[in-house]
Design a protein around this ligand. Structure first.
Ligand SMILES: *Cc1c(COP(=O)(O)O)cnc(C)c1O
Length: 817
């Protein structure tokens, strides 16, 4: 290992300024300086990156390909510096050059190649894989436009295109030499070979060229660098003279447009399936390219032998989005490497594993046969054969009621291709993302599959990387933790348990609370700069940050705020502890109820924040454009962590973990990973309320829930709901929030009133809130409980999650560096 040379880095940054901008470093603006520094940091990484691959190949390590349509990476510069072994020296260089690291970091756009939790999980996993020394490649799409930027205009969400690549990405490398061809459309012809075998020839297809862009994923202080590989699309032979001469100009233009469209934009839906052809195109595009390169590089290393591929490659399917990988791997093994069906099938199943992320019906991907078979004729043929053989197996196993089982379990049924079924059948491992979620999968949603393949199922509770979510986001607390227990927690979060002995220590308590206060001041400055609202840093910072979704119940949160406001107006003499409600959430562009909920939050904020008579007892803040980089400012400042989804609906949640690690207390339902959080920290150090998942599932089944009864019998709740339709928060348009009112109370034809049991849980929620605020005022009690939350967050490191995947599913060995 070379010794780090400060003078050389300094010179390089100064040179970059001249090379990139033909000016001196001191003359650059923040964005330009960011590029000068980032290019130098990339240079610090590059040798380790090359060496990691070399070592892994020499040691013939197994490699995991994490296949995901989303990677919500956030910014790279700060994290890359932090993970490099020489990070102290690098920071000194930046300072000595007169640059401000945090300003440089702010000049980098977020890499918003994801929507929410699922994409952020992929990002945390890559960080953990590299830090633990495993050989990994994240494979995804290089969306030209990432997740849209949210502007709040007159209280409404407005979506603005995120042109994140317009100034270039200093961390990416275009790997033109690894380009692959991906084929769409056309038909399949069957040819009888001399040896009697059938060969399938794809004809009349349109080709797209897939070009990978690699970015480094730097392990923490270990010289291991893994890869995030995202694919760009280019028309194959755009405007070829040949086409031009034949008068096929139109066709050439069409294929150029098709290629461009594939990677144009990330679909902004979270937990929701839209069934658009372009989406299937995106899926096959990045999967075909990723599978081809993975098999290629394996075969190259192993002298053309493809038969032991499953020993050296693992494909993890992040939800059903990458499930065509099952059929694509079959295609490559049979059509390109001439394996028999049975040989190819065994390899495929042993290579693929599937992670389920939701049980919500509207999120289940299924494609009309017509669409699927037209776009991917050879792949459809293979899926048909997988399905035929599977149905045969079912008939063997369930003689009596096979047809009933097939109706529920077949991949192709009722004119549709069901991706979850293909994923389960084509994988050797299927996992849920929290203990409760996995139990629900086994007992309800995937019961039939669990019965057929019990050995495939396991739980892998999600996690988060403490490097980004504590070390980077909360440097002051990170330093305090290190001062108390040493720095091993950075790569082994179970160590943080050692903090528990400080929970009762008065000095430690006041230090911990002082740090929380500093983080609240930092967030208060951010809010003042972005929202123009002055918030009281002594007030409760009550934080709910996540995608806007009905099942997550932001509406329940704001209804409670409306209730509190009525209380203060009615009883101005009563004591009321100041409370700041902080929201951050983007709604899918076409999701009307979600967008109206954002408008409601902003309308309530407008009325309450401007009512001088309540003397700033309540402030409501909606933080625009919630993303990873703003999460890093918001989460360290939180007192309350709102995790209030309808029990059974949130598969895991991960913001619950980030907030716990940063010393916030959970106000939550027994849903997703909340169950495990409470188990770790103790129910007395959280505020748990509401229906259990069993109760929710039971009530959904017997359809006996009547929210109107609550409306009729609880006058305070009734009053809050009436304020949705009497113009209290929208005097210029009293009917504005009628759809929200209706969603809670009106059973219109097929519609279910209050599908997510908001009114059912509202009283219990109000009580949990009251209890939390009471405890918050007991500063000693609170400090103790907050320290215990941080101390008991060890389980929720993505390092722990990755080690479980490695042990039970991937069976990787570490690279020796
Ligand atoms: C962690 C994270 C999420 C996931 O939040 P949940 O509350 O688990 O849904 C979403 N968006 C961003 C930017 C995150 O960092």
């Amino acid at each position: 290992m070379q010794k780090f040379d400060k003078a050389m880095l300094k010179k390089e940054i100064e040179n970059n300024a001249r090379k990139l901008f033909r000016r001196e470093l001191t003359e650059l603006n923040e964005k330009e300086a960011f590029h000068a520094v980032a290019a130098a940091i990339q240079n610090q990484i590059i040798d380790d990156w090359i060496l990691t691959t070399k070592r892994a190949e020499e040691e013939d390590r197994k490699r995991v390909y994490y296949l995901s349509m989303e990677f919500l990476m956030g910014r790279a510069l700060g994290n890359n510096i932090l993970n490099l072994s020489a990070h102290e020296e690098i920071k000194e260089v930046i300072e000595e050059l007169g640059l401000n690291l945090s300003a440089l970091e702010d000049a980098e756009p977020d890499w918003a190649l994801g929507n929410g939790g699922l994409g952020r999980l992929a990002a945390c996993f890559l960080d953990s894989l590299a830090t633990l020394g495993y050989w990994a490649c994240g494979c995804g799409i290089r969306y030209k436009y990432g997740f849209f930027k949210q502007q709040i205009v007159d209280g409404y969400q407005k979506e603005v295109a995120d042109d994140w690549l317009k100034d270039g990405n200093p961390f990416e490398i275009r790997r033109a030499e690894l380009a692959k061809e991906v084929r769409f459309g056309g038909w399949v012809e069957t040819v009888q070979e001399a040896d009697g075998r059938l060969r399938f020839v794809h004809k009349g297809y349109q080709s797209v060229e897939a070009i990978p862009y690699d970015t480094p994923v730097v392990g923490y202080d270990n010289h291991i660098v893994d890869t995030l590989r995202v694919w760009d699309a280019k028309a194959k032979e755009t405007f070829s003279l040949d086409e031009f001469d034949k008068g096929n100009y139109q066709k050439a233009v069409e294929s150029a447009n098709m290629a461009r469209n594939i990677v144009e934009v990330l679909y902004p839906n979270d937990n929701h399936y839209a069934g658009k052809e372009l989406r299937l195109r995106q899926q096959y595009f990045f999967i075909s390219a990723s599978v081809q390169t993975a098999v290629d590089s394996y075969v190259k290393k192993h002298d053309g032998d493809v038969k032991h591929l499953a020993d050296k490659l693992a494909f993890q399917l992040n939800d059903t989005h990458p499930t065509v990988a099952v059929a694509e791997l079959m295609r490559v093994l049979m059509d390109d490497y001439h394996l028999t069906w049975d040989e190819a099938w065994e390899i495929t199943v042993n290579t693929c594993a599937y992670t389920n992320h939701t049980i919500m019906a509207e999120a289940l991907e299924k494609w009309p046969i017509e669409l699927f078979s037209k776009l991917l004729p050879r792949i459809y043929q293979i899926v048909e054969e997988i399905n035929r053989r599977f149905c045969e197996d079912v008939r063997k196993k369930y003689e009596g009621n096979a047809e009933a089982k097939i109706a529920k379990m077949a991949i192709i049924y009722d004119g549709q291709v069901k991706m979850a079924h293909l994923a389960i059948i084509g994988s050797h491992a299927v996992n849920g993302v929290a203990a409760l979620h996995t139990e629900i999968l086994k007992k309800q949603e995937l019961k039939d599959f669990y019965e057929m393949y019990p050995e495939k199922f396991s739980n892998k509770t999600n996690g988060i990387t403490q490097r980004r979510w504590l070390l980077h986001a909360n440097p002051e607390l990170a330093e305090w933790v290190t001062e108390k227990i040493g720095d091993r927690w950075i790569t082994d979060l179970s160590q943080i348990e050692k903090l528990a002995v400080y929970a009762e220590d008065k000095k430690a308590q006041s230090e911990f609370m002082a740090i929380k206060r500093h983080n609240k001041e930092r967030l208060a400055r951010y809010i003042f700069e972005h929202n123009g609202i002055k918030v009281n840093v002594d007030s409760v910072f009550d934080v709910m940050v996540k995608r806007l979704h009905e099942y997550k119940r932001q509406l329940m949160n704001i209804l409670h705020v409306m209730y509190l406001y009525n209380q203060i107006k009615d009883h101005p003499e009563r004591e009321f502890y100041p409370h700041t409600f902080i929201f951050g959430a983007k709604a899918a562009a076409g999701y009307k109820t979600a967008k109206l909920t954002i408008k409601l939050i902003n309308s309530v904020a407008e009325v309450i924040n401007n009512d001088a008579s309540i003397k700033d007892k309540i402030k409501v803040v909606f933080i625009e454009d919630y993303k990873v980089s703003s999460a890093e400012v918001i989460i360290p400042a939180a007192d309350f962590s709102e995790q209030i989804s309808t029990a059974s609906k949130e598969a895991s949640g991960t913001s619950n973990m980030k907030l716990m690690l940063n010393g916030a207390l959970t106000i939550g339902t027994m849903d997703g990973a909340n169950v495990e959080i409470v188990k770790e920290v103790g129910v007395e150090n959280a505020f748990i309320f509401g229906m259990s998942s069993d109760e929710v599932i039971e009530l959904e089944h017997n359809r006996s829930y009547k929210p109107m009864d609550i409306f009729n019998n609880d006058q305070e709740i009734r009053r809050v709901l009436m304020q949705l339709v009497n113009g209290f928060y929208s005097p210029e348009d009293p009917e504005l929030f009628r759809p929200l009112y209706d969603s809670l109370l009106n059973t219109k034809e097929s519609d279910v009133a209050d599908r997510y049991f908001i009114l059912k849980d509202l009283r219990a929620y109000m009580q949990a809130q009251e209890e939390a605020v009471k405890h918050f005022q007991d500063r000693e009690w609170w400090a103790r409980a907050a320290i215990l939350n941080t101390a008991h967050a060890g389980k929720f490191s993505s390092d722990r999650t990755i080690e479980e995947y490695v042990k039970d599913i991937w069976h990787l060995d570490k690279i020796e560096m």
